[in-house]
Design a protein around this ligand. Sequence first.
Ligand code: SF4
Length: 321
Amino acid sequence: MGEKVLEVISLRVYYDLPQGTVRAVDDVSLDVRRREVIGIAGESGSGKSTLALAITGLLRPPAKVVSGKVLFNGVDILRLSEDELRRIRGRKIGVIFQDPNTYLNPIYTSGFQVAEVFEAHRGIHAKKYLNEVVKLFRLVKIADPERRVYAYPHQLSGGMKQRVLISMAIAERPDLIVADEPTSALDVTIQSEIMDLLAEIREETNTSIVMITHDLALLFEVADRVAIMYAGKLVELGRASDLIKDPLHPYTKALLSILRYERKKKLTSIPGSIPSLINPPPGCRFHPRCPYAFSKCSKIEPKAVNIDGRLVACHLVGGSE
Ligand code: SF4
């Protein structure tokens, strides 16, 4: 295993809303090694996007970090100023979000917007970097890159715009890329191509990738390890090959059974719904939906135990029954 690029330690991120406090990420720990692709999966409301914002230093009020650390190359990014974060984000941490239309400015060419990433970090005018951008567009497989650097966002397809965002994220060869639902807005063929592309980029640039998605089928194609989140908690974390072969947590089992037996791609079919994170169920947060729940589950929160390198938080696992 390579050295740790990212370490999330006992992180708690809550949102103070008029209705109450939402415990969106509640005591989550994980690490990411160099050149590793780690996938984070779970239904909407599991806390995975809040975790992505914390990792990239993009949390904004009403979100607040209640406790914990996010160590990036040993530095706690939760304690950095906005200026210090800006220097890291884009250069050391690349970010890819779901909808490229939100992040691309319609009045500038795609090439200029990517070149601005270089300008921001090197202080020379963006126009000087257009040749670098052509190389990047070639790397992310944008056809006819010499012409496309002069295209405006509205002249590009959805898949192409996402490739432009990816080229922004990798422009400075970051140590870490955080991709939050990077393919949700795209059709299935393009989704698969973008995932393959991210895997190739990892090979070429040695970067680590945190991939966040509710699409397990795509995730298991590219991830080395997978973390499963439920209602703000990390319930299982292990090698993708181990999880797919032998899921240990009942929630992971439920998610994978959808993939295997119902052949659906989206996580919409587990009976019941994710609980309110203002008043989450006591004990194990999954107990109202868990077919294996027993009396202890509604009273005592299961602690994560290490089973041959895999972390699982369930009273049925590790002899805590
Ligand atoms: Fe199910 Fe109990 Fe395990 Fe929670 S702790 S997943 S309710 S068996």
